[in-house]
Design a protein around this ligand. Structure first.
Ligand code: SF4
Ligand code: SF4
Length: 289
């Protein structure tokens, strides 16, 4: 089994649109949306049926039993995250609690317990032999890296061979690092803007730590051909495989909103995505899919 991860370094580059187009072309055994803070691949793959759904529990959080509390204030004094509030009673702010468990250990009357907290929903969808793993993190939950690992694990449990395509999170934070583990190849979708170019460099450095094959493409390359050339030159200097440029096409968003495939017609967009697909296929082929 091989895993191809799509990353962007920043939001708004068109990563999910390109991921969706590559899913159409590759027909992988499965795919996953690891952008758990703001998943949206399910909006484009809405023909799949839910096979299973369960609650995701992240780290345990502290909870005070006020019938036992003697209001000594030890927990309040020692919480390094200022997660314990002192009013009439001592109370825990669940958004600030880091789950370190110190207060539970030091409470002299065992009034504090670490309890499971619902952090999100994880779903497995299926159509014929193809699986789709996705999840949504609850607002205020900070376990996105853990949830990404669960999303990937769920897919690995049902797929034993073929290709998996993973839509990663934007940025370089915890969920991106979690999505990079055990990846064979990574497509970086950049855009020709100053921030897009800088974020590309940051995500490349992050990804290089786990040594996948790295491919780079530029979406909407024609909105700034000067920066596109700079990105190409950077890839050449860093020995990164620059595998394509996708033109800006204002009709793509409209087609997606209508529920149509962006690969249906022979537009410049679909031609350039097809060329990127063939390039990845031939290069990953060396990995013996
Ligand atoms: S578990 Fe740690 S972070 Fe949470 S309230 Fe207790 S001491 Fe503070
Ligand atoms: S350490 Fe225990 S008893 Fe003391 S204030 Fe905190 S919860 Fe109450």
């Amino acid at each position: 089994m091989k895993k191809l991860l799509i990353l962007s370094g920043k939001g708004g580059t068109g990563k999910t649109t390109i991921t969706n187009a590559l899913i159409e072309l590759f027909h992988p055994s499965g795919f996953a949306d690891c952008d758990v803070d703001a998943p949206n691949l399910h909006l484009l793959r809405n023909n799949m049926k839910i096979k299973s759904e369960h609650i995701f529990y992240g780290m345990k959080l502290a909870s005070i039993d006020h019938s036992l509390c003697i209001k000594c204030g030890l927990c309040y004094d020692h919480c390094a995250f200022n997660a314990i509030h002192k009013n009439e009673d001592f109370s825990i702010n669940p958004f600030a609690c880091d789950g370190c468990g110190l207060c539970e250990r030091i409470c002299p009357v065992k009034a504090i317990q670490m309890i499971d907290k619902e952090a999100g929903i994880i779903q497995l969808l299926q159509q014929n032999n193809q699986f789709f793993s996705t999840a949504t993190l609850k607002i205020g939950s900070g376990n996105s890296g853990l949830l990404v690992t669960e999303v990937k694990k769920q897919l690995k449990n049902v797929i034993k061979s073929g290709l998996i395509i993973i839509d990663g999170s934007p940025g370089i934070g915890c969920p991106v690092i979690a999505s990079l583990s055990e990846i064979d190849a990574c497509l970086m979708v950049s855009e020709p803007t100053v921030s897009g170019f800088n974020d590309l460099k940051r995500i490349v450095i992050t990804a290089q730590n786990v040594h996948p094959m790295i491919f780079v493409c530029v979406n909407k390359y024609d909105i700034n051909e000067i920066i596109t050339k700079q990105i190409e030159a950077y890839c050449e200097k860093e020995k990164l495989a620059f595998i394509g440029k996708i033109p800006y096409d204002s009709s793509i968003a409209h087609q997606q909103n209508q529920g149509n495939s962006v690969m249906d017609s022979s537009t410049r967009f679909s031609k350039s995505i097809t060329s990127i697909y063939l390039e990845i296929k031939s290069r990953i082929g060396e990995y013996e899919i």
